[in-house]
Ligand binder design. Structure first.
Ligand code: GDP
Ligand code: MG
Length: 300
């Protein structure tokens, strides 16, 4: 008998309060290639963060905006979109820093998991910071009492400890499926999109208002004629003048800050110097206007 594992694939959300180590883990797991289909929506559902493909499975990590901003009062519409995003995945990874005590942020994301009733794996990160592994026991006990986790896996995202175990357990808990993205649907160079997402991320980070949810970023021009310095022009779409003023900030301070931070990330991504220009466009009610959505390329 041939012992052949069935192919499994699915969407996975990585949840956890800021500083839990989510980005560190994703950077570790995810290669350069992401799906070209992520060109489309910059909206909440299935914003793809990265794809891990192996011989027996494909894990598609998706972002769930809003989840990682506990502490702010999220309005009902935002909460609805958070729940919607979570409900559309096959598996949740709930990650926390095992070396610090449980905070409100941890409870906030734990509650989201409970409400979703989705299959979930608890990832206890930063085990390298623990002198004694016994310190994990109270945490394991607490979380086991709160939710029926499929697995509880201590890792160190930084050192790469037990990441292979984690990957295996993720795959095991995904549905038996064809790969969601075929090789030819993936690209090494979705630069325009990655750039727009990096700008959008900086907007999210530097504003606490509801604003980001009415924001779309589009890379309008990508000028590589000068090999020493790529010039990138991004438009930030908002719906109202008041939102434009928030993004621009006092004497342009906020948009400048967003630009500086985004440029650093983009330079890191592209491994070269870039010139980044941001401008804000007010398009009234853009989210409801099919034609304009098509124009800025985020429909569907
Ligand atoms: P995020 O906010 O959840 O995306 O967290 P980050 O991935 O940005 O990590 C926050 C901080 O924790 C960074 O300084 C990381 O280097 C650090 N970090 C992440 N994982 C580990 C880990 O396994 N061990 C240790 N010691 N530090 C970690
Ligand atoms: Mg992060």
């Amino acid at each position: 008998m041939i012992d052949e594992k069935p192919y499994r694939s699915g969407y996975v959300a990585l949840l956890g309060r800021p500083n839990a180590g989510k980005s560190t883990l994703l950077n570790h797991l995810v290669g350069e290639r992401i799906a070209a289909v992520s060109n489309k929506p910059q909206t909440t559902r299935h914003k793809i963060q990265g794809i891990v493909t192996s011989d027996d499975g494909q894990i598609v990590f998706v972002d769930t905006p809003g989840v990682h901003k506990p502490g702010y009062l999220l309005n009902r519409r935002m909460m609805a979109s958070v729940h919607d995003a979570i409900l559309s995945v096959d598996l949740i990874l709930l990650m926390r820093d095992a070396a610090v005590s449980t905070g409100n942020g941890d409870k906030f994301v734990l509650n989201l998991v409970k409400q979703s009733e989705k299959p979930a794996i608890l990832v206890l990160n930063k085990t390298d910071k623990l002198r004694e592994k016994g310190k994990l026991l109270p945490l394991i006990e607490f979380y086991s009492g709160e939710y029926d986790f499929k697995e509880i896996i201590p890792i160190s995202a930084l050192k790469g400890d037990a990441i292979d175990v984690l990957l295996e357990e993720i795959a095991k808990n995904l549905p038996v499926n064809e790969p969601i993205f075929a090789d030819d649907e993936m690209t090494d160079q979705p630069l325009r999109i990655l750039v727009a997402e990096m700008v959008r991320e900086k907007i999210l980070e530097s504003t606490t208002e509801e604003l980001p949810y009415v924001t779309a970023v589009v890379t309008e021009k990508f000028d590589e004629s000068n090999p020493k310095m790529t010039k990138i022009y991004c438009a930030i779409y908002v719906e109202r003048d008041s939102q434009k003023r928030i993004i621009i900030g006092k004497q342009g301070s906020r948009i400048k800050d967003i630009g500086i931070k985004a440029r650093k990330d983009i330079e890191h991504l592209m491994d070269k110097k870039i010139y980044l220009q941001l401008f804000v466009k007010v398009v009234k009610d853009w989210r409801n206007q099919e034609r304009q959505l098509n124009e800025i390329g985020i429909s569907g």
